[in-house]
Design a binder for this molecule. Structure first.
Ligand SMILES: NC(=O)c1ccc[n+]([C@@H]2O[C@H](COP(=O)([O-])OP(=O)(O)OC[C@H]3O[C@@H](n4cnc5c(N)ncnc54)[C@H](OP(=O)(O)O)[C@@H]3O)[C@@H](O)[C@H]2O)c1
Length: 334
């Protein structure tokens, strides 16, 4: 059987050129003991993947040039050489950026039996959802009544973070780009703030208008002017959960830090980064809390879907241009 997969031909500087992603074909070797073969139906593209394209190890190894790229995926087992999985099982795993994955069964997880579309396990009930829940609860220790600010608020992580904060009874402000994203946030009961065509000072003023009582929790997905603007609106004892800094991921040169970091001292605030993988033992708690609300339609989520394996690089690159509302996914022919 043949598998089509993407490789990276070189490590990019700045926004990756589309030509760096090469679609290749290989004949898969015979299935070894303990391996399974999966026909992927959904692929995830995520901002963190850009960090794997720099050729250096961060909290995860870089993609190896010329080797199949990886990422979250959902599919169906079509051959199994392991007793834990059988043909027909629907599973999630990390053999994405390809149509057919062949990998050890121990890295493959059967999907929970819940009344939600399977691709939700790449978004609201998967890694991005778990990230929103972790950052808000375990890192920022968000509590009822907090004034909460979320950047990239209409994305996969941000859109769940704002709703979880609303459900706690918080006043929530969400930063996003396009008008339709701001309108969606407003429909969720979030005060929408655009960062487009604004400098840090102007964005800070807009946040103040939207949250006159300051900010107790900042859920940071962006960095850049969003961080600088947020810092200037912090209340005493504020907590910043640093989830990501997408504004920085394609920077070809070192970027300047915020000019007002001293606000952390003045406001006696805490700022803590985190990686969701370190908190994965809490995934069952997250799922218990969030999955029933998603199944009941009490938590909203959106998906932006690109069709076909050939669209995977475009889907990935669009993340850096605001091309997605909610989770960016690639749907493969099944
Ligand atoms: N720490 C962890 O373990 C962990 C895990 C998952 C994700 N993350 C991080 O969480 C953040 C969100 O991830 P996600 O998967 O939910 O992505 P996402 O928000 O669904 O997609 C990215 C969005 O970011 C916004 N954006 C892109 N470039 C921007 C810029 N320069 N300035 C302001 N906004 C920009 C765009 O929305 P607009 O139209 O609003 O600009 C875009 O749609 C990322 O920083 C990611 O790296 C961290």
């Amino acid at each position: 059987m043949q598998s089509q997969f993407y490789t990276l031909t070189d490590y990019p500087r700045g926004l990756p050129d589309r030509a760096l992603f090469k679609l290749e074909t290989q004949t898969l070797p015979e299935l070894a003991d303990g391996e399974v073969r999966i026909r992927n139906r959904w692929l995830s593209v995520d901002p963190y993947m850009r960090g794997r394209m720099n050729g250096v190890r961060t909290y995860v190894d870089p993609f190896e040039l010329g080797k199949p790229m990886e990422g979250g995926a959902i599919g169906e087992v079509i051959e199994s050489n392991d007793p834990s999985l059988k043909v027909g099982d629907n599973v999630s795993h990390m053999g994405g950026w390809r149509d057919i994955a062949q990998l050890p069964a121990q890295g493959v997880t059967p999907l929970p039996d819940l009344d939600v579309p399977e691709q939700a396990y790449l978004g609201v009930l998967g890694m991005p959802g778990m990230t929103a829940w972790t950052g808000l609860n375990l890192i920022a220790e968000c509590k009822p009544g907090d004034n909460v600010l979320v950047s990239a608020a209409s994305g996969a992580v941000g859109s769940l973070a704002v709703q979880l904060a609303k459900a706690k009874g918080c006043h929530v402000v969400g930063i996003a780009g396009a008008a339709h994203k701001l309108a969606w946030l407003e429909s969720l009961g979030v005060e929408p703030v655009s960062y487009r065509d604004r400098n840090a000072h102007e964005l800070s003023d807009a946040i103040k208008l939207a949250s006159p009582n300051g900010i107790d929790v900042y859920y940071e997905n962006v960095g850049g002017i969003c961080l600088e603007a947020a810092l200037s609106q912090l209340n005493e004892g504020a907590r910043i959960a640093v989830c990501g800094m997408i504004d920085d991921y394609n920077a070809a040169e070192p970027t300047p830090g915020p000019s007002n970091l001293s606000q952390l001292v003045i406001r006696k605030a805490k700022m803590q980064g985190f990686i969701v993988a370190d908190h994965w033992s809490s995934y069952p708690y997250f799922l218990n809390e969030v999955a029933p609300q998603v199944a009941a339609g009490k938590l909203a989520y959106k998906e932006t879907v690109k069709e076909g394996l050939e669209s995977t690089p475009e889907a990935f690159l669009a993340l850096f241009e605001g091309g997605n509302t909610g989770k960016m996914l690639v749907k493969l022919d099944s």
